[in-house]
Design a protein around this ligand. Structure first.
Ligand code: GLA
Length: 385
């Protein structure tokens, strides 16, 4: 953490020749289980990662915004006109302009600001580097402007930045995880009501570890495929006469499927309905302290994403199979799909061996070597100083 915070401060000093007024940090996330259920008004169980994005910032008196990040040499600058027109700022800076836009659209007097961003959350790995930027920038602008927005409303606002300014039709999971995550817990979120429950997820006490494997698979049309899955879920809900697929109970799944006439839609619906149930079952097991026993649910979630929702790719399936063959209790892709990361639940002292087994399977198939790290649930967005 201290390195990334120091990089943000150094970037601020170097670009703006001044001291920041403060620093704000937000994490990346993984999703333990509940994939593509958020925009179906369903259930998710993500947790925040120890990897952070840090924003160093100070007010700027002319009511404009400049943003520098490690990804670019020069700061991006924009004013109210660009901020008020979705799409005018693009690239990574769109996540920053999107937050300014969402705050202004909600009637807040957002102060102009200089911002410098450094991040340990890898970009493009499906660990929500964009939600981390949104959350850290949101926290910074609220504090700098002395604006009052209860924490419970932050995720929806950050999601609007992404949906309506950036133009990505994502659900509310990522922003909720990075804003409301708590150390040692997974966040059980009802995406319809936004009710949350912090579920203890103490890996150390159970002698377990979560291994995150970056598949390094090139993203293959991920945006278009994500939007297509979302559309097909919405069409199915309409055909079934429900507000969202969350309203189809697992016990009524067969009857619902019988009312749908194409097999692709039936598979999509089956994924969402069974996935919601797997989240509920996982929460029950964790509440009972049976951490190891969630393994089969993780693996079943993967099979459902692979066979029914059809969002996995060969690298991802290879990583899951190799982790399971090497003794993982369960393994699944995490995030939107078509690349990104796999998580595996393993005995803490077996993490290295499982990582090595995945690397060997990758080498056999001629894939680019995967990245691996072990993670614990960490806290959400916070001001550092
Ligand atoms: C991406 C989106 C989330 C969610 C997941 C799939 O991470 O940003 O809203 O839909 O995919 O579960």
């Amino acid at each position: 953490m201290s390195d990334v915070a120091a990089r943000a401060t150094a970037g601020f000093r170097q670009r703006y020749g001044a001291e920041p007024a403060g620093r704000w940090a937000a994490p990346g996330r993984v999703n333990l289980i509940g994939e593509h259920t958020d925009y179906n008004d369903g259930f998710v169980l993500p947790f925040a990662l120890p990897l952070r994005t840090v924003v160093a910032a100070a007010v700027r008196d002319d009511g404009r915004w400049s943003v520098w990040s490690e990804l670019d040499d020069e700061p991006v600058e924009f004013g109210p006109a660009e901020a008020d027109e979705p799409g005018r700022v693009d690239g990574w800076a769109a996540y920053v302009a999107g937050v300014v836009w969402a705050l202004r659209a909600a009637g807040h007097a957002v102060p102009g600001a200089r911002l410098a961003i450094a991040s340990d959350v890898p970009v493009g790995s499906g660990l929500s580097s964009s939600a981390a930027i949104e959350a850290a920038v949101l926290a910074a602008l609220l504090d700098l402007g002395g604006l009052d927005l209860p924490a419970g409303r932050w995720p929806r606002l950050a999601q609007r930045a992404e949906n309506d300014y950036v133009g990505a039709p994502t659900g509310i999971m990522d922003q909720s995880a990075v804003i409301r995550g708590r150390s040692g817990h997974a966040l059980f979120l009802d995406c319809r009501t936004e009710a949350i429950e912090q579920i203890p997820f103490d890996l150390d006490a159970a002698g377990l570890a979560v291994l995150v494997i970056d598949s390094r698979a090139p993203h293959r049309h991920a945006d278009g495929e994500y939007a297509a899955r979302r559309k097909s879920c919405e069409r199915a809900a309409k055909a079934l006469g429900v507000a969202a697929l969350r309203d189809v109970a697992a016990a009524d799944l067969d009857a619902a499927l019988a009312r749908l006439d194409d097999s692709e839609t039936r598979r999509r619906v089956r994924h969402v309905v069974t996935e919601d149930q797997r989240v509920l079952d996982t929460v029950e097991l964790l509440r009972a302290g049976r951490v190891r026993d969630i393994g089969p649910l993780l693996t079943a979630s993967h099979a459902s994403m692979r066979d029914d929702f059809e969002i996995t790719v060969p690298e991802i399936d290879t990583a899951v199979e190799a982790a399971l063959a090497a003794g993982a209790y369960g393994a699944r892709m995490t995030g939107g799909g078509f690349g990104g990361c796999v998580l595996a639940l393993v005995d803490a002292d077996a993490a290295d061996a499982v990582a090595a087994a995945v690397a060997a399977a990758y080498a056999d198939r001629g894939f680019t070597a995967p990245g691996t790290l072990t993670v614990r649930p960490a806290g959400g967005v916070a001001r550092l100083d």
